[in-house]
Design a protein around this ligand. Structure first.
Ligand code: UDP
Ligand code: MG
Length: 191
């Protein structure tokens, strides 16, 4: 299997590139943010719990997120591989993902980190907010908090996988096709 983490700050293009990578490699796309929005849309208990964090730009607690991710993976064992988008967001989540993949006799192929600076990210998210219907995309103070949380809690996940030689940084500025070509070129060096 080909197991990818698409990594990077909010608004760095993970969702856009994940959709293209799914087409290219026939992977199952798992976006924990999308899973939470689906639960919120249905007002499930999980959705209501997630909403209380997401509306502030905070992280949903690890135990909740890891449980949801595990269910999704275990429900889809017969796939060519997984592309994790927006997960893991903490080192604890990264360790849980390692355990889960090991249970499947699998391991991570590579973490691909989209590199985009903060000002570019804020302007992209505010632009996306005009049409995404996401309250967390419409308020600059929430966006800034998401970036702070990313820098504090999530950025260390890059170093964690880097210590196993599994992290790659990709220039996230350019056209969608240019960035996609960079991602594919990097994946090809790993398979
Ligand atoms: N979120 C979370 N854990 C996750 C995924 C999402 O806590 O594993 C929350 C967090 O509050 C985040 C929001 O959901 O700010 C939106 O996540 P998403 O990944 O959709 O946003 P992105 O970072 O891609 O803009
Ligand atoms: Mg996203």
């Amino acid at each position: 299997m080909l197991n990818l983490i698409l990594f990077g700050p909010p608004g760095s293009g993970k969702g856009t590139q994940a959709a293209k990578l799914v087409d290219e490699y026939q992977l199952l796309h798992i976006s924990t943010g999308d899973l939470f929005r689906y639960e919120m849309g249905n007002n499930t208990p999980l959705g209501l719990e997630a909403k209380s964090y997401i509306e502030k730009g905070e992280l949903v607690p690890d135990s909740v997120t890891i449980g949801m991710l595990r269910n999704k993976v275990e429900a889809n064992p017969d796939v060519m591989g997984y592309i994790f988008d927006g997960f893991p967001r903490t080192e604890t989540q990264a360790e849980a993902l390692n355990t889960l993949l090991a249970e499947l006799g699998e391991e991570l192929t590579v973490l691909l980190a989209l590199d985009v600076d903060d000002e570019e990210i804020i302007s992209r998210i505010l632009e996306r907010g005009k049409t995404s219907g996401r309250p967390d995309d419409n308020d600059e103070s929430i966006i800034r908090n998401r970036i702070e949380v990313y820098n504090r809690e999530t950025a260390p996940v890059f170093d964690y996988y880097d210590s196993f030689g599994k992290s790659e940084k990709i220039d996230g500025i350019g056209t969608i096709e240019e960035i996609f070509d960079r991602l594919v070129a990097t994946i090809q060096t790993r398979i």
